[in-house]
Design a protein around this ligand. Sequence first.
Ligand code: AMP
Length: 285
Amino acid sequence: MELIETVVRAKEVVAQWREEGLTIGLVPTMGALHEGHESLMETARAQCDRVVVSVFVNPLQFGPNEDYDAYPRDIARDASICESHGVDAIFHPSVEEMYGPLFHTFVVEEVLTDTLCGASRPVHFRGVCTVVTKLFNIVQPHKAFFGQKDAQQLAIIKRMVADLNMNVSIVGCPIVREADGLAKSSRNSYLSPEERQAALVLSQAVAQGQEAVRAGERDAARLRQAMVACIEAEPLASIDYVEVVDGQTMQPVDTLGSSVLVAMAVFIGSTRLIDNFLWEESEEA
Ligand code: AMP
């Protein structure tokens, strides 16, 4: 496995693979790798001849008062995790390598970014779309793998790839959870033991929401209210949003239609965590 730090070297390596007719899978990450990332690597490994994991804490997708500086970084540990999953290369550029002093070009999706995390984190998806476009141009993957954990991000990336005719297939992968239900996240490491316990309220609200929908609830306001009540019962939790939106447009719905995303962001202390479930009408019993 090669640890690549420059764009020039990454392009050289992937050009060689493409010449040999090999398929390339890309798993974009910000590092601090956990089993959620590992499941993306495994899926990529099963579907592609060569797998590249990018590890880059992208300053463009953090707001001014967010955790860019505090975000956990440990490339040696990340590299050994990648190695154990048969990854062929890690792309780990510096900020300067990705954004030179004259960098002024951004990729902006203008509709799906209005709601949910886009509403609370105004510059976030501009940063995500821009860095993912750069990674696609550098690594030239046939397939790129993203987690359903960041459901809005996945929808936006799919929209961007379709809108801009990018030559890459986007593969969505299921949410990986801890044994007690908490969605795996690099940010879980910020939680104190009490907060870790309190954080269970997200997956509990998700489970409660899923159960209500399974039992026939189709009213978005009532569904939302039940989940809000579940979260508000936890004193360490404060809600950023709980929303019921259309699975494609990310716009709020009144009644559950054919594809619905139920998504939340909740502060546990000062740590902002997200969780969601997607409900498709075909799941109806
Ligand atoms: P991040 O390093 O947080 O930017 O995440 C990199 C990729 O891993 C994104 O596509 C995430 O959606 C995905 N991911 C993060 N956590 C999980 C999880 N618990 N289950 C599945 N995918 C995840």
